[in-house]
Design a protein around this ligand. Structure first.
Ligand SMILES: [Ca+2]
Ligand SMILES: [Ca+2]
Ligand SMILES: [Ca+2]
Ligand SMILES: [Ca+2]
Length: 378
């Protein structure tokens, strides 16, 4: 959790060095443009694009062709067509609330990624003038949506991909190839503030709005604090997004609609907080299954996992040699009889016992999020 502090200190040191070097006639660094001003210009350009271009074709495989409406043309603009109604999402970033436009060509049949998961997707990126600057030519590649990943993608991807779902994989072909059907497919129209902004890339001039068509094939859930609970299970309000408001450059004054997903309200969101409920016991410790509960116990199979999964899971039929059955999820604070029924006071010396329902009840407050459990020492 101190990583951020170091990052900001390094950043400040970097700025100090740049300002010092100006005195020595080194090339000046150009300050970044104002995000709000740039967004106004970008949004004008994007709206103009949406009003002057049309969807020429969408193939059965969700490959889309967008072209400019020719002079005198009667084609319906992207903005006004109704086959794929234009959608938008409000995105707060660098103190700007962007209205990000996107098209949904197909929602997808699988799971939606969280904005910190790894996705397997294909894409084609172009500028508003139609220049294609990069493409994976329909072939899926792996990307981590997490903003602070070593090789992270642009901010806009993490905001739009969670609106789509993955596809349905085929059985592997003879050469091991898996193909996907009914995958998420769409087009996002990104202002430069959610793209490369002032730092242009090879074929992308600085401050370019970007158009990406994409297909979302599959995803991999990630656990960024290694506490045994996946990021998407630490998305407390279930909106598909987690944010770290310690990043005050991106989020100086987050709107009320953005939720921190921070159980103990210490400013560190659950997905990077190793003690989610702030009770002094790490989440990793709290979700560790007692050894006497592993494997076969009194004729009941309790699963081979060292850790409680989030919810009970059934055996995976495609792995006949392994029994993944796990009837117990992370429990709530126990509700069974007291150890000493003669003493009505629940305490560390007189704890309640776990009932089967404590491991499975829907909506239960799991113990790693309940700072009243384990019982505190007197
Ligand atoms: Ca985690
Ligand atoms: Ca959330
Ligand atoms: Ca926290
Ligand atoms: Ca804890």
């Amino acid at each position: 959790m101190n990583k951020f502090k170091y990052y900001f200190i390094l950043l400040l040191a970097g700025i100090a060095i740049v300002s010092c070097s100006k005195d020595h006639d080194d090339p000046e660094t150009v300050p970044l443009r104002d995000y709000k001003e740039q967004y106004k210009a970008d949004n004008d350009s994007i709206v103009k694009y949406l009003n002057t271009h049309y969807i020429k074709e969408v193939t059965a495989n969700f490959d889309i062709t967008i072209e400019k409406i020719p002079a005198g043309g009667t084609q319906t603009s992207i903005m006004n067509q109704t086959v794929y109604p234009l959608q938008s999402r409000d995105v707060y970033n660098h103190d700007v609330t962007y209205k990000v436009y996107y098209l949904s060509l197909n929602k997808g049949s699988g799971e939606a990624p969280l904005n910190s998961d790894r996705i397997f997707a294909s894409y084609t990126g172009s500028l508003l003038n139609g220049t294609v600057f990069d493409s994976s030519y329909g072939v899926g590649r792996s990307f981590e949506l997490y903003l602070y990943a070593a090789q992270s993608v642009i901010d806009g991807w993490g905001e739009i991909f969670p609106q789509f779902k993955t596809g349905t994989p085929s059985a592997p072909a003879a050469d091991g190839t898996i193909t996907y059907s009914d995958f998420g497919a769409g087009v996002m129209f990104l202002p430069s503030g959610l793209g490369y902004y002032g730092s242009g890339q090879d074929a992308i001039p600085a401050y370019s709005p970007l158009v990406f068509s994409f297909k979302l094939f599959s995803l991999q859930r990630l656990d960024h604090d290694f506490d045994g609970v996946f990021d998407y299970q630490e998305d407390l309000n279930g909106d598909g997004y987690i944010y770290d408001f310690r990043d005050t450059a991106r989020y100086p004054t987050p709107p009320a609609t953005m939720v921190a997903d921070d159980t103990d309200k210490d400013g560190v969101p659950d997905y990077v907080d190793t003690d989610d409920d702030g009770d002094g016991y790490s989440t990793y410790y709290e979700i560790t299954k007692p050894t006497e509960h592993i494997g076969w116990v009194n004729g009941v199979f309790n699963g081979a996992s060292t850790y409680y999964p989030w919810d009970p899971v059934i055996d995976n039929p495609s792995t006949p040699n392994t029994d993944e059955t796990e009837p117990r999820g992370i429990p709530r604070r126990p509700t069974g009889p007291l150890k000493n029924p003669a003493d009505p006071t629940e305490s560390i010396d007189n704890p309640k016992s776990f009932l089967p329902a404590d491991y499975t009840a829907a909506g239960r407050k799991r113990i790693h999020l309940d700072n009243t459990y384990p019982y505190q020492k007197k």
